[in-house]
Design a protein around this ligand. Structure first.
Ligand SMILES: [Zn+2]
Length: 275
């Protein structure tokens, strides 16, 4: 039985989401329809993930007031503190609505066990190589924490997908050679080839497979056997159409070589998170 870290989950916070985002989550997620408000309890949330074979789960805030909602970092810190050995908090800041996003991030890192930063270019409206992000990348590089960016399509109204263009991340690779960058959704819809190129050729670049149908990974990435060791497993749970366990099983069925498979499901994430 392979060990699994889920690098991409969201807390259940209906009141913090925009109506469109909450509708999307409800329609997408059998877990939300089945368990409903019991998911508010972090212990309940963690137990459901443990039962599906997950050993640790990254929990992502989502401060995107113009599109999807305002699940703030403070909320996620408090929530993860209830299950400190299992739930791993990331931070979320927004250079367009936080007056000093870099200072805010530093404050989070100084006061809480934050293990990474999530950025949402298409929900927050900036390109990944926006100069205003550079102080933030600098903080993350110095603190040795990964930056996870939403890179791919989205159906939430108001989203501006152009901002996710992964070619912009090439600048980040050049200017922050020691920064770990994880491309969530791997360029879903338009940019699989660019994301695969970056992951294969930039030592600190990875693809998080959340939001992709596992059985389609070979179609999206023809070089999957070589690429898998630069991937991390994420589910986007609970906003996903199947269970986490089903996605883990589907990845197991891809018949990847054993070492890349272990890197994808556990090893890469464990190294990035310092576990
Ligand atoms: Zn997500």
């Amino acid at each position: 039985m392979t060990r699994v870290i889920d690098f991409h989950t969201h807390p259940y916070r209906p009141a913090d989401l925009t109506p469109a985002m909450w509708q999307f989550v409800r329609e997408t997620s059998p877990t939300v329809r089945e368990h409903g408000d019991r998911l508010v309890d972090p212990h309940y949330f963690a137990d459901l993930l443990r039962a599906q074979g997950v050993e640790h789960a990254v929990v992502l805030p989502e401060h995107c007031p113009q599109t999807s909602g305002t699940v703030r970092t403070e909320t996620v810190i408090e929530w993860c503190a209830a299950e400190p050995d299992f739930l791993i908090p990331f931070a979320s800041v927004d250079i367009n609505s936080d007056p000093d996003a870099a200072a805010l991030l530093e404050g989070y890192l100084d006061t809480a066990p934050i293990r990474g930063l999530k950025l949402y270019p298409s929900y927050q409206f900036y390109y990944p190589n926006d100069p205003r992000l550079y102080p933030i990348y600098d903080i993350c590089q110095t603190a040795r924490i990964p930056v996870l960016l939403h890179i791919g399509s989205s159906v939430i109204p108001g989203t501006r997908i152009k901002y996710c263009d992964p070619v912009c991340l090439d600048d980040v690779a050049v200017d922050f050679p020691d920064l770990t960058v994880v491309m969530a959704h791997g360029g879903r819809g338009f940019w699989y080839d660019v994301c695969a190129f970056l992951a294969l050729h930039k030592p600190n670049f990875y693809i998080d497979v959340s939001g992709l149908v596992p059985a389609s990974l070979r179609a999206h990435y023809p070089d999957l056997d070589r690429l898998a060791h630069k991937m991390v497993f994420g589910s986007d749970w609970p906003a996903m159409p199947k269970s986490v366990a089903a996605n883990i099983a589907a990845i197991g069925a891809l018949q990847l070589p054993q070492h890349p498979l272990e890197d994808l499901l556990f090893g890469n994430a464990a190294r990035m998170l310092g576990l």
